[in-house]
Design a protein around this ligand. Structure first.
Ligand SMILES: *[C@@H]1O[C@H](CO)[C@@H](O)[C@H](O)[C@H]1NC(C)=O
Ligand SMILES: *[C@@H]1O[C@H](CO)[C@@H](O)[C@H](O)[C@H]1NC(C)=O
Ligand SMILES: *[C@@H]1O[C@H](CO)[C@@H](O)[C@H](O)[C@H]1NC(C)=O
Ligand SMILES: *[C@@H]1O[C@H](CO)[C@@H](O)[C@H](O)[C@H]1NC(C)=O
Ligand SMILES: *[C@@H]1O[C@H](CO)[C@@H](O)[C@H](O)[C@H]1NC(C)=O
Ligand SMILES: *[C@@H]1O[C@H](CO)[C@@H](O)[C@H](O)[C@H]1NC(C)=O
Ligand SMILES: *[C@@H]1O[C@H](CO)[C@@H](O)[C@H](O)[C@H]1NC(C)=O
Ligand SMILES: *[C@@H]1O[C@H](CO)[C@@H](O)[C@H](O)[C@H]1NC(C)=O
Ligand SMILES: *[C@@H]1O[C@H](CO)[C@@H](O)[C@H](O)[C@H]1NC(C)=O
Ligand SMILES: *[C@@H]1O[C@H](CO)[C@@H](O)[C@H](O)[C@H]1NC(C)=O
Length: 390
């Protein structure tokens, strides 16, 4: 009786072990090597990447056939080597990329971090590049990127949803330029329902049209940015909706930056329903003098910033920061709609309020609790005059 129970248990145990488990299927990439990748890419339309360790210096290059489903499961890790390029690239048309519950793409970025990001020190790879059309990326869980995390380029009709990018360790261990979503030269990219903890832009749109960035939470980075725009092959940003996002403990809240001495267009951009909290530098920042390595303070004239809408942007800046800062050349900006901006807390006196379209009804000075230089000059002159009279 005992013996037969034991036999039965063993049989049940063996039966419950799923021998057709994806881990052994011919469409599964697992283990410590990419040697089977090219055959998987040519034969499979449903690919599983399971507990894979990508060898140092190699790129997990998923150039998939049309209509492929790629699923990440378990732990995906990467060997360490100084390199440029990406740890992962995903390319194709009508691709579905899914993160299975419990999976993690762990860049273990601390091995590269040196506080310098893309500006020197160790040669760091970016994490993931998407060149996709008519595709969806869902549920990815990404940790500790060496530098920039998601690069979306030459893409069209793509949805990224339910993404978690947790780079919190970079706060104390030298993470720098760890942008979450960088997009350029693409059309109709939607990034939604995602959560970011990082040390640089939560979103940076360098060029492109028809994008939406909605329902996201951004913590610790540089805020939600258009730009920097200018000086690249494509210098047009248009038809962008940035709505219902929260930006916490970040350097900036909302930001548009165009590069010094370059040309381009930023048009039909809407920032709406944005909550900011505990911003260190600028709650609301638009500048036309941007230069990597330090803005020049001299905005240039090569841009058009038209049909911009800012509606319901509210929250707090630290006292050492600036609520609203706008530095544009005269005549560059036109046709702005500004409604219900309530950014408070910043007391820094170094405020510029230049180039705002005169018909926009937007008083930058009011938002900073300081008077414009002209008003200050007038008050000071009056005071001097009164003293003189005495
Ligand atoms: C066994 O694994 C295959 C491939 O992952 C899966 O399709 C199937 O549902 C699994 N069966 C059981 C009983 O878990
Ligand atoms: C490559 O695929 C073959 C056949 O499926 C398998 O026997 C081998 O273990 C795979 N190699 C690796 C490194 O996974
Ligand atoms: C896109 O791929 C899916 C499989 O992921 C397939 O069911 C669907 O028919 C494809 N759509 C088109 C338009 O080819
Ligand atoms: C934008 O992309 C999504 C996702 O592929 C698609 O459903 C939608 O139709 C596209 N919109 C336009 C205007 O092309
Ligand atoms: C706004 O985004 C949050 C997630 O950040 C979501 O919970 C909420 O439902 C969204 N609100 C609307 C109106 O879509
Ligand atoms: C402005 O952009 C929005 C997307 O945010 C789009 O729906 C709308 O059609 C665009 N307007 C024009 C005039 O192109
Ligand atoms: C502006 O850029 C042009 C080249 O595009 C260059 O010749 C010129 O020196 C630049 N001017 C300044 C002030 O940087
Ligand atoms: C605000 O940010 C500072 C760092 O700039 C941080 O020390 C502080 O804890 C934050 N406050 C809250 C309430 O999170
Ligand atoms: C603002 O945009 C409207 C609608 O596109 C246009 O009719 C108007 O001329 C523009 N005004 C300025 C000052 O550009
Ligand atoms: C302009 O601003 C004033 C004061 O904030 C407000 O009373 C008025 O309705 C605004 N006008 C428009 C057209 O937005």
């Amino acid at each position: 009786m005992r013996l037969s129970l034991l036999t039965l248990s063993i049989i049940l145990l063996i039966e419950s072990y799923n021998f057709s488990e994806s881990a052994t299927s011919e469409c599964t990439l697992t283990g410590n090597s990419l040697e089977n990748l090219s055959s998987i890419l040519t034969t499979c339309k449903e690919i599983s990447i399971v507990n894979l360790h990508v060898p140092a210096g190699e790129t997990l290059a998923l150039n998939a056939q049309d209509n492929t489903i790629i699923t990440f499961q378990g732990m995906i890790t990467f060997g360490y080597k100084e390199m440029s390029g990406f740890l992962i690239t995903i390319r194709g048309n009508n691709i579905t990329v899914v993160g299975a519950p419990g999976h993690l793409l762990d860049g273990d970025g601390v091995r590269w971090w040196d506080g310098l990001g893309g500006n020197g020190g160790k040669n760091k790879p970016k994490f993931i590049q998407f060149r996709l059309t008519n595709s969806i990326v869902k549920g990815l869980n990404v940790k500790n990127s060496p530098k920039h995390c998601f690069t979306i380029t030459n893409s069209e009709n793509v949805i990224l949803t339910d993404i978690t990018y947790n780079n919190l360790d970079g706060d104390t261990q030298g993470g720098h330029n760890t942008d979450a979503f960088d997009t350029s030269n693409s059309k109709n990219v939607t990034i939604t329902n995602s959560v970011v903890f990082n040390q640089d832009d939560c979103l940076a749109i360098n060029s492109g049209s028809g994008h939406a960035f909605t329902n996201n939470y951004c913590y610790g980075g540089h805020g939600i940015s258009i730009g920097s725009v200018g000086g690249r092959t494509n210098n047009v940003v248009e038809n962008i909706l940035i709505k219902n996002n929260t930006i916490v403990n970040s350097e900036n809240g909302v930001r548009i930056k165009t590069n010094y001495n370059t040309t381009g267009i930023v048009t039909n951009v809407t920032y709406e329903d944005i909550t900011i909290e505990n911003i260190t530098d600028y709650g609301f920042l638009i500048r036309g003098d941007y230069l990597n390595g330090g803005p020049t303070g001299q905005p240039t004239r090569g841009f058009e910033l038209s049909h911009l809408t800012f509606r319901n942007i509210r929250g707090t800046v630290q006292s050492k920061g600036t609520n609203v800062y706008i530095l544009l050349s005269d005549g560059v900006a036109s046709n702005w709609t500004v409604e219900n901006i309530g950014i408070v807390g910043g007391l820094k006196r170094d405020v510029r309020c230049l180039g705002i379209p005169s018909d926009s009804n937007f008083s930058c000075e009011d938002h900073n609790g300081v008077h414009s230089p002209y008003v200050s000059f007038f008050l000071l002159s009056t005071l001097v005059f009164l003293i003189f009279l005495r």
